[in-house]
Write a protein that binds this ligand. Structure first.
Ligand code: PLP
Length: 399
């Protein structure tokens, strides 16, 4: 692996496909909300592994669970089950405010959404009969890269090279109640939506739209899928982002943060769907293995501790105040977006990627969202002092 001379921690001549670019920073370790590259430089992490590392880095509690489980039992396939998988599913089902009957474990966000879309079609086929198979998604939504999820991710840059996609997908504008009413009828099997569009520009669902979706899906007997891959487990200041906007989903999909950085996703399935699924209709080899589910149970327990989510909400409000002050001082900070610890702003001073490189050079990692938004998704355990430090680095990068 060749190293660039100007930055000893940047790898070039990468042995990966070009989709990830031609040079990447090589990160070697992390602790708390800080990362370190192979040259020893430290970074305050406002990217969180793209909203994965809710509990931060260097967690000996999670490492211990993973190591113990790996020694005890690593994998059995879904021809059998294990104690950690049963325990995690039961923990998930016991949590309110929504009521679910079963959990399907997968390995990634896109796989969870793929399963959810298939369950919506099964439900429609077996309750409404053949033909009521439309899937409805929204502009600027992002649901993943496999064909079903990609077909519900209506951005040309993701979809165009891979046409033809799955047929029968309808697209409506986000947060537009009238447009929703025009398109949502009993031809629709499932509706997939984010309560905060993490990749597509940080728009937040309005309570009016949440109500219209919940009522509209009930009326059309369509399965309402809340894609909480990015927003689930406290990120937006409530355990499920859906709670924060009053959405009443039938299915919730979870992934990114649920297993402390290990690949695991979950589809929370209601009784009305669970009853209709036949043996063998869906599956996966690795999903819900004992190591990932053992770690996930520990993560679930920690995020469910009293005060955890409330602290995320407070930190989110603190971040918002810091960003408001920053906006007042800088013309290049446009509309403030998002909520909880998934926030950001429209950047009006040029290309976001240039700003992000300046921030990286100054020791702050952050993300892009949409075409020109800066997205901040730090570990949920971040302190106020670390938030202030991050915003200070953003300010330096702006000037
Ligand atoms: N859904 C949402 C809302 C996401 O933000 C993402 C990833 O960014 C996905 C689905 C896809 O998840 P994965 O990359 O794990 O397949």
């Amino acid at each position: 692996m060749e190293m660039k001379t100007h930055d000893p921690a940047v790898a070039t001549d990468l042995p990966f496909p070009r989709q990830y670019g031609t040079e990447l920073l090589v990160i070697s370790r992390g602790k708390g909300v800080w990362l370190q590259d192979i040259a020893g430089k430290k970074y305050l992490d406002f990217a969180g592994g793209i909203a994965v590392n809710a509990l931060g880095y260097g967690r000996s509690d999670l490492a211990k669970v993973a190591a113990q489980q790996m020694r005890k039992l690593n994998h059995v396939s879904n021809l059998f089950t294990t104690e950690p998988a049963l325990a995690l599913a039961r923990l998930m089902l016991a949590r309110g405010p929504y009521k679910f009957a079963s959990v399907f474990f997968g390995n990634s966000g896109t796989e969870a959404n793929e399963a959810a879309l298939k369950y919506a079609r099964l439900h429609s086929l077996r309750t409404k009969g053949p033909g009521h198979d439309r899937l409805l998604c929204f502009e600027n939504g992002f649901h993943g890269r496999t064909f079903g999820a990609l077909s519900c991710t209506p951005s040309a840059k993701y979809q165009e090279p891979f046409q033809p996609l799955v047929p029968g997908v309808l697209v409506a504008p986000y947060n537009d109640v009238d447009a929703l009413k025009r398109v949502l009828d009993d031809q629709v099997a499932g509706v997939i939506v984010e309560v905060l569009q993490g990749e597509g520009g940080l728009s937040t669902m309005t309570p009016e739209f949440a109500r219209a979706l919940s009522e509209g899906c009930r009326k059309a007997e369509a399965i309402l899928i809340a894609d909480e891959v990015q927003t689930g487990m406290g990120r937006t200041g409530t355990f499920y982002g859906s709670e924060g906007v009053g959405l009443e989903p039938d299915i919730i999909t979870l992934a990114k943060p649920i297993a402390g950085g290990l690949p695991l996703s979950a589809v929370l399935i209601p009784d009305k769907v669970e009853r209709l699924i036949h043996a063998g209709e869906h599956g996966t080899t690795f999903g819900g293995g004992p190591v990932t589910t053992a770690v996930a149970a520990k993560v679930w327990e920690l995020v469910s501790e009293p005060g955890f989510i409330q602290r995320v909400r407070q930190r989110g409000e603190f971040l918002r105040k810091e960003l408001e002050a920053l906006k007042a001082r800088h013309a290049n900070v446009g509309t403030l977006l998002g909520k909880g610890l998934l926030q950001g702003f429209d950047y009006t001073g040029g290309e976001v990627k240039d700003l992000l490189s300046r921030l990286q050079a100054r020791g702050l990692l952050a993300l892009r969202s949409g075409t020109n938004c800066v997205r901040l998704a730090p570990p949920l355990i971040i302190s106020e002092a670390e938030i202030s430090k991050g915003v200070q680095i953003i300010e330096e990068g702006l000037t």
